[in-house]
Design a binder for this molecule. Structure first.
Ligand code: 13P
Length: 414
């Protein structure tokens, strides 16, 4: 098991993982399943120990995972790396397979995920992969569990823990996200299986007749924070995903206005419910015009301005990383926007701004694979080239050259 040194610490190790520490320090409780993240995380732990311990604050009392959550959240937000969202439910996976005429069987889903996770050198660009429950229990054809494969290759295994959306009765077809019942035991099981982070997607829509309602926003914020708190108590870094859908005729300013309201409500609940902000990741939409808007697509600079300003007005600097969803944008547009976001100098931002893309990473790789083993090498090359481009975008250095085919689907379900 890899060992590394941190500058200070004060409590004995809790997990089976051992760590070495420097002369005047003692081992920490940090779970060290993968290499340490970018510089600075150890300093963060050091200072939090020197002046106070987050775990001693009343609202973190009893959470034995605080250091580990902070380290893993920081690791997931390493500059130049992003998250591979590969947690499509079986139904959604089937829709993807339709594009290549592949039967939606458990074995084909396993083959596809093996293809993604075995791309050589993927961890240079990818810090973690989100899986669906079925996937988190599957293995390579040689019998290695995907959880172990990812961990050994320096990527954190993650798990989707929501169970989809359902109607909020009495609203204009607005939805809430299901999955809080039993979440504590499910997240404890996922932790024991090796998962170290989780995802929960909540969606709100913008319509001309007044959506989102206050009720939908309140429900979204409250359930995201409940989920986050439960995950953290069981050792999983929560990815908090409030998605303002791009369906609609609205312009980019409307998206900014609504997103600001939603993120503000979410942040408020995260604080109110005592979520360890240093131990979570935010996964928001980029601020875009509506998919049916008449004005045409906003430029990357406009997207960057509205996105960074909206986040800047709502999300505390204690959150280490923000990883955007792609929301049906083409690979090219998602990368160009992410790059412009990272080049936005006019508005300061304290977080790493990266990606947690599903469609905008996988679309072309799936087409190259075409369900055939003889295409695995070519599809690995495609996947790595897309991830490398996204990594460049995460540093503000994307130079173009990706597919411009949109993956937009109205009223998208994950
Ligand atoms: P897209 O990047 O395809 O929007 O999906 C990411 C995701 O995880 C949505 O929940």
């Amino acid at each position: 098991m890899h060992q590394f040194t941190i500058k200070n610490g004060s409590t004995p190790p809790r997990s089976s993982v051992t760590m070495s520490a420097s002369a005047d320090s003692v081992p920490t409780t940090v779970d060290n399943r993968v290499s340490p993240p970018q510089e600075g995380w150890a300093d963060m732990l050091f200072y939090s120990r020197k002046y106070d311990r987050l775990s001693d604050l009343p609202h973190y009392e009893g959470n034995k995972y605080t250091d580990e959550l902070m380290q893993n959240a920081k690791l997931l937000s390493t500059e130049g790396r992003g998250i591979l969202a590969s947690d499509e439910s079986n139904g959604t996976c089937g829709l993807r397979f339709e594009s290549i005429g592949l039967e939606n069987t458990e074995e084909n889903r396993r083959r596809y995920r093996e293809l993604l996770y075995t791309a050589p050198g993927l961890s240079e660009y990818i810090s973690g992969a989100i899986m669906y429950d079925e996937t988190a229990r599957q293995s390579t054809k040689d019998g290695k569990l995907f959880n172990d494969l990812l961990t050994e290759n320096n990527m954190l295994p993650g798990i989707k823990v929501d169970v989809g959306v359902a109607l909020i009765e009495g609203t204009n077809d607005e939805t809430y996200t299901q999955g809080l019942d039993g979440l504590s035991s499910r997240t404890a099981e996922y932790y024991s299986m090796g998962c170290r982070f989780a995802k929960w997607r909540a969606v709100v829509k913008i319509t001309d007749d007044g959506c989102p309602s206050e009720l939908a926003i309140t429900e979204t914020a409250h359930s995201l924070a409940r989920y986050a708190q439960i995950c953290q108590n069981n050792g999983l870094v929560p990815i908090v995903e409030p998605e303002v859908l791009s369906d609609g005729t609205h312009d980019i300013k409307k998206c900014a206005e609504i997103s600001e309201k939603v993120y503000n409500a979410v942040m408020n609940q995260l604080i109110t419910q005592g979520v360890l902000l240093e131990g979570m990741i935010l996964k928001p939409n980029m601020i875009l015009e509506g998919a049916q808007s008449e004005g045409g697509p906003a430029t990357p600079e406009e997207v960057a301005y509205h996105t960074v300003r909206t986040l800047n007005r709502t999300i505390t600097p204690a959150v280490p990383g923000i990883t955007f969803l792609s929301g049906g944008q083409s690979e090219e547009r998602a990368a160009a926007n992410l790059s412009a976001i990272n080049n936005m100098k006019e508005i300061k931002h304290p977080w790493t701004l990266s990606f947690s893309f599903g469609r905008a990473i996988q679309k072309e790789t799936l087409l190259v694979w075409d369900g055939k083993d003889e295409n695995i090498k070519a599809s690995h090359e495609k996947l790595l080239s897309v991830c490398k481009a996204m990594s460049m975008a995460g540093k503000g250095k994307f130079e173009g050259g990706l597919s411009e085919d949109s993956s937009y689907v109205a009223n998208y379900k994950y």
